[in-house]
Ligand binder design. Structure first.
Ligand code: ATP
Ligand code: MG
Length: 327
C-alpha cells in the first residue's frame, strides 16, 4: 500500500510555505483525505533517497499531539510528504482570521505542544526545531497537533541552504551557533504563545525605537549562524548611516531587517506577556520560564508539563470543539 502520486487527486491548496506548498488531496483507492506537502529539493538522487529513508521514522510516531504520517515519495524534483489533514488549519491563520486567541485556549495549545515535544523526545529522541504557529494545527474535533518536525537530518540540511525568512522563532543560543536542544523548542514555544495571545508577532513593537542596525548584506543560514554579537560598535554605526532596506516583518507598521531582529533576540530582554495584569499570573510566569535567555536555566518540555499553568490548563473545562465551531 505504498503511496503514489497517481492515486492522489488534488482538492485545493491549504497553504504556501518557504520550502513549498501544501495541498488537500484525496487518496482515491481508499477515499482518505490527506494533506500533501510538496518540498522542492535541490539535491542528488542519492540524497533524496536518504531523506525518504529518514522520513520513515514518522511511521512510528503515534501521539494525539503529533500529526499522523501516511507516507512520502519522490516526485521529481520534489519530495511529497503525506500527512493527516487538519480542517481548521494552522494557528497563525486562525489568529489572523479571528484576532488574539483567548488565553485559556492558548493554555491548551501550550499543553498540547509540550505533550508533543515530550513524546517526540522521550520516545524517539527527536527535537522538533521548528515550533511556530504555522506548525501547530487545529481541527474541528478540538484537537491540537504539531507538524513539520526535524526527523531527517538530510532534509534539514537541504532546506537550510535555501531558507531565509523564518528564523524569527529561533532561540538566542541557536542564533549564536550553539547546538540545538529540546530547550530551543521551548523558547520557540514561548514566542509562539505570546504571538497567539496578543494576536501579533511579539518583537515588532518593542524594538521600534532602538534600531541600531538597519542594513546587512550578508547571507544567513540556520545551519551556520552568523556570529552576530561580534559586530563592533564602528560596524554598527556605519550600518546605521545607510538607508534601511530591511525585510518587512508583520506588526505595528514597522520594519526590521532579519539581522536586526536576530541581534535584538540576542541582546535585548526577552518579550513577555504584557500588559501586566491582562493575563493570569501563572500564564505570565510560564511564558517567562520558556523565554529564559540562558538555556541552562530554561526547563525541558517534560519539566514544564508540571508548571501550575499547564496543570491548570489540563483540567480546564474549555470546550475546544465548540470554540472551533465559531470560525
Ligand atoms: P515555513 O515554510 O516557513 O515553515 P509554513 O509552516 O507556513 O511556513 P508549510 O509547512 O509549507 O509552511 O505549510 C503551509 C501552510 O499549509 C501552513 O501555514 C498551514 O496553514 C497549512 N498546512 C500545513 N500542513 C497542514 C495540514 N496537515 N493540515 C492542514 N493545513 C496544513
Ligand atoms: Mg509548516
Amino acid at each position: 500500500h505504498d503511496l503514489r502520486n497517481e492515486d492522489l487527486k488534488d482538492l485545493r491548496e491549504l497553504g504556501q510555505g518557504n520550502g513549498g506548498s501544501v495541498k488537500l488531496v484525496e487518496h482515491l483507492p481508499t477515499g482518505t483525505i490527506m494533506a500533501k506537502k510538496i518540498v522542492l529539493i535541490d539535491a542528488k538522487p542519492s540524497v533524496r533517497k536518504q531523506i525518504l529513508r529518514e522520513l520513515q521514522i514518522m511511521h512510528d510516531c503515534h501521539s494525539d499531539y503529533i500529526i499522523s504520517f501516511y507516507g512520502a515519495f519522490i516526485s521529481d524534483p520534489n519530495i511529497c510528504i503525506c500527512m493527516e489533514a487538519m480542517d481548521k488549519g494552522s494557528l497563525d491563520s486562525i489568529y489572523k482570521k479571528i484576532g488574539a486567541i483567548d488565553i485559556d485556549v492558548v493554555g491548551k495549545v501550550a499543553l498540547a505542544v509540550l505533550e508533543g515535544l515530550t513524546y517526540l523526545y522521550d520516545v524517539h529522541r527527536i527535537i522538533h526545531r521548528d515550533i511556530k504557529p504555522s506548525n501547530i494545527l487545529f481541527n474541528s474535533r478540538g484537537q491540537i497537533k504539531i507538524c513539520d518536525f526535524g526527523v531527517s537530518g538530510e532534509l534539514i540540511n537541504s532546506i537550510a541552504d535555501t531558507f531565509v525568512g523564518t528564523s524569527t522563532y529561533m532561540s538566542p543560543e541557536r542564533i549564536q551557533g550553539a547546538q540545538y536542544t529540546v530547550k530551543s523548542d521551548v523558547w520557540s514555544l514561548g514566542i509562539s504563545l505570546i504571538e497567539l495571545a496578543l494576536g501579533r508577532f511579539p518583537f515588532a513593537e518593542s524594538s521600534s525605537d532602538d534600531s541600531d542596525l538597519s542594513d546587512f548584506e550578508g547571507t544567513l543560514s540556520p545551519s551556520r549562524p552568523n556570529p552576530l554579537n561580534t559586530l563592533t560598535r564602528e560596524q554598527r554605526d556605519k550600518k546605521k548611516k545607510r538607508k534601511s532596506k530591511g525585510v518587512s516583518l508583520q506588526g505595528g507598521g514597522m520594519t526590521m531587517s532579519i539581522l536586526e531582529l536576530l541581534q535584538h533576540i540576542v541582546n535585548e530582554p526577552a518579550p513577555r506577556l504584557t500588559p501586566e495584569g491582562r493575563f493570569p499570573k501563572e500564564a505570565e510566569d510560564f511564558v517567562d520560564s520558556c523565554l529564559l535567555k540562558d538555556p541552562d536555566a530554561r526547563k525541558t518540555p517534560k519539566d514544564l508539563l508540571k508548571h501550575p499553568w499547564i496543570e491548570h490548563s489540563r483540567t480546564a473545562t474549555i470546550d475546544l470543539e465548540t470554540w472551533a465551531s465559531t470560525f
